[in-house]
Design a protein. Structure first.
Length: 117
């Protein structure tokens, strides 16, 4: 790394840019390291299926995750759990159902409000 001289604005900007690039590369490397076991496991046909207790999400967890994500309040921890333990098809179907119910609810409220005029 380069040292920053006092009073040198461009050197400080260069130093900040170098630090940002190093942090980005470090986080990319950490993500790749974290995903390596998952990629190995996915390619291993002899790997056992996930256990019922830990490997699958229950219906209430799926509904809660879809509602939280639809409203924009999903926590990072739950999102990571969903990607690790959930199946995409279940979330897609639940998302379509949530969207249809949400549109229906908005339509109903608007219809009732406009009818009462």
């Amino acid at each position: 790394m380069s040292e920053v001289k006092a009073g040198s604005g461009t050197d400080a900007i260069k130093h900040a840019d170098i630090n940002a690039r190093e942090n980005t590369e470090r986080s990319r490397s950490e993500r790749a390291d974290a995903l390596a076991p998952v990629a190995e496991k996915a390619g291993d046909a002899s790997a056992p299926p996930p256990s019922k207790g830990r490997g699958r999400l229950g219906p209430l967890q799926v509904v809660g995750s879809v509602l939280a994500a639809g409203l924009g309040v999903q926590s990072s921890r739950n999102r990571e759990r969903d990607f690790q333990q959930g199946r995409a098809g279940v979330f897609i179907v639940a998302g379509f159902i949530f969207t249809a119910l949400f549109i229906g609810a908005v339509y109903t409220v608007v219809s009732v409000v406009l009818a009462s005029r």
